[in-house]
Design a protein around this ligand. Structure first.
Ligand code: ADP
Ligand code: MG
Length: 623
């Protein structure tokens, strides 16, 4: 299979580097391999290397990112976006649990489409928001190194699903970056310690990542330069913050005077002191931390904590992470003695008890903790970027697919199943469903290329999955699977999982394509990346609008008796307002506003229907 390197050097005046980006929940970083030293380095400017993953959406429509935006968390929570990574590629349903922790408005449409955030009547989805952060990182690197940055490797957690990975790629495109590869964070962390660079050895590595608000442990098997995730376990609500909280409650018990602080709502200030105590004692376990905490009216209380106290506060957290390690080992069917290396990642691993725990569990290996735990993921991404840029001759690149492969979905969108640069052989499956009641046939059209609309990609073939049993829209579960073998032969199959109906075709994607044509397709995808993603987001809004019109019409047809005349009229008006916008392919934000308006208006009717259904069910019981 041809290995394609795009050469954009004719287009730009400045030299280019390929960077590695750690797009984090709390903090993000960008790193590169310095050609003069050959070492991976994080890229810093006058504000340092860490970029807080915080976005301030300003009234004029501009955005601030990082340290500059952080103050807004307190002063303007409704326009200060944090933890975007928790929203990426998720639906409203997925995030219901932690929505209450966020100060900004997430539109709750209680459905399965991507979440949206509203600020000043403008709608942002997590892809656009992540793109703002990526763009800031790109520009930071460009300023610091005085180069052009176009290509990047971006890391994601090992547990990220397909949709979350695709969302990360889209964010890169919107930011004007070509994402050469999405790499798992534990893989990047391992690379930063040089694990997996020796292709002769098979290595089993455990990566322990304890951050501020999330924990995950992954077990990787590295063989022949391939990093396989054998198991990954974690908790998205576990981290160093838990230690801070338990220090606070220890103090609140020990110093009753503090409880008036709680009433005064100044809990944030106390939390920061607790965190400072934790960090001070982590660096200096033999000292006692003290802090004169002001209570107002000239009163204060002298808080103190020693290392024994800190250990007590952190005990439960460590125990929970220990359970995750055990569960991951179980999943991977491995004994602790089979782990050959341990890597520590995340700011909270600076707490000495973490290393002690890992050394006790894995006494036979050295724990890798010499690098800065905040930086290891970005450094590893930079090494991967350097490899993909062709700068390292000691590492062989695996065979990869030169162009993305996917199928057409509603509105002529390209849904990529196997992204370009994916290693082969590989197999990917994804579930789809129908959008119309009683649909019995489904056309699967297979395309190749980097554009967001299939019309601009290359069609490889199509087939029809026939005889799907008639079911309501959204009911059938159709798994489309792409299997690309080492010879570049693609098998596409579709199976309706409820009935077992199956259909399949074989395709040779590279057949009849010269290297020049592949390169031209890559260039086209790259040159149109931003307008393409914008077009895609527009089309997705249109699809969402059509779906809602369909559901709303069906609802009023079936449940006319639930609505009075005014309500019926109001619903119809909102439906036709939305239909008009859809017919003229109106602006994205206008469509989304009409969608929200119709949703908000009809929600009480849907609730009424539920009440009727419940009382009918209760009546049924009486008989
Ligand atoms: P995230 O992965 O959530 O972005 P980080 O990896 O940046 O988080 O880690 C942040 C956490 O690390 C915070 O809870 C912070 O208090 C903690 N932390 C930072 N330095 C230390 C230290 N020296 N000792 C203990 N905890 C620390
Ligand atoms: Mg982290």
């Amino acid at each position: 299979m041809a290995k394609i390197k795009i050469d954009l050097s004719g287009k730009v005046a400045k030299p280019q580097v390929v960077v590695g980006i750690d797009l984090g929940t709390t903090n993000s970083l960008v790193a590169w391999v310095n050609p003069s030293t050959g070492n991976a380095e994080v890229i810093a400017d006058e504000l340092g290397a860490l970029v807080p993953s915080v976005i301030g959406l300003m009234p004029g429509g501009s955005a601030q990112v990082g340290v500059l935006a952080k103050g807004g968390l307190v002063t303007a929570p409704e326009r200060t976006i944090f933890s975007v990574k928790r929203l990426l590629g998720r639906s409203y349903k997925d995030i219901a649990d932690f929505q209450r922790y966020l100060g900004y408005r997430i539109i709750d449409e209680d459905n399965e489409s991507m979440v949206k955030i509203e600020v000043d009547g403008k709608y942002y989805n997590p892809i656009e928001l992540s793109a703002i952060i990526l763009k800031a990182l790109k520009e930071k690197a460009e300023r610091a190194l005085n180069v052009e940055v176009v290509q990047a490797v971006v890391t994601v957690p090992a547990y990220f699903n397909d949709a979350q990975r695709q969302a990360t790629r889209d964010a890169g495109k919107l930011a004007g970056l070509e994402i050469l590869r999405i790499v798992n964070e534990p893989t990047a962390a391992s690379l930063s310690y040089g694990l997996g660079l020796n292709r002769e050895e098979v290595e089993t590595v455990l990566v322990y990542d304890l951050g501020g608000g999330t924990f995950d442990v992954s077990i990787l098997q590295i063989e022949d330069g391939v990093f396989d995730v054998l198991a990954t376990k974690g908790d998205t609500a576990l981290g160093g913050d838990d230690i801070d909280r338990s220090v606070m409650s220890m103090w609140q018990q020990a110093y009753p005077a503090l409880n008036q602080v709680v009433l005064a709502g100044d809990i944030q200030r106390l939390r920061l002191v607790a965190e400072a105590a934790k960090i001070a004692l982590s660096g200096n376990p033999t000292e006692t931390f003290t802090h004169d905490f002001a209570l107002g009216d000239g009163l204060s209380v002298l808080l103190s904590l020693d290392y024994t106290g800190l250990q007590a506060a952190a005990k439960e957290l460590l125990l929970k992470t220990e359970n995750c390690i055990a569960a991951a080992l179980r999943d991977a069917s491995l004994k602790p003695s089979q782990i050959q290396a341990v890597v520590m990642v995340g700011g909270s691993t600076r707490y000495p008890q973490v290393k002690a725990l890992l050394e006790e569990k894995f006494p036979h290996v050295a724990v890798n903790n010499t690098l800065n735990p905040d930086e290891v993921v970005a450094l590893g991404a930079a090494i991967e970027a350097d490899v993909l840029a062709g700068n390292r001759k000691d590492i062989l690149l695996l065979d990869v697919t030169p162009l993305s492969l996917g199928i057409e979905t509603a509105g002529g969108l390209m849904d990529v199943l196997i992204p370009r640069n994916n290693k082969i052989p590989c197999r990917v499956g994804r579930e789809y469903t129908t959008s119309v009641d009683g649909q019995v046939n489904l056309k699967i059209s297979v395309f190749q290329g980097e554009r967001e609309l299939v019309a601009q990609n290359r069609k490889l073939g199509e087939f029809i999955l026939k005889d799907i049993p008639a079911m309501p829209a959204g009911f059938p579960k159709i798994e489309v699977a792409f299997a690309l073998d080492a010879d570049g032969l693609l098998k596409v199959s579709a199976k309706e999982l409820r009935s077992g109906v199956t259909q399949q075709i074989d395709i040779k994607p590279q057949y009849g394509l010269t290297d020049e044509q592949v390169e031209a397709m890559l260039m086209a995808g790259f040159q149109h990346a931003q307008e393409d993603v914008t077009a895609r987001l527009h089309q997705e809004a249109i699809n969402e609008g059509h779906q809602l019109v369909y559901l709303a019409k069906r609802f009023i047809e079936k449940n006319a008796n639930l609505l009075n005349e005014d309500e019926m009229e109001g619903t119809k008006q909102r439906i036709s307002a939305l239909e008009c916008l859809l017919a003229e392919r109106g602006e994205k934000d206008a469509i989304l506003q009409a969608v929200t308006a119709l949703n908000d208006y009809t929600r009480p009717f849907a609730e009424r229907l539920m009440d009727v259904a419940v009382s009918a069910a209760l009546k049924g019981k009486e008989i």
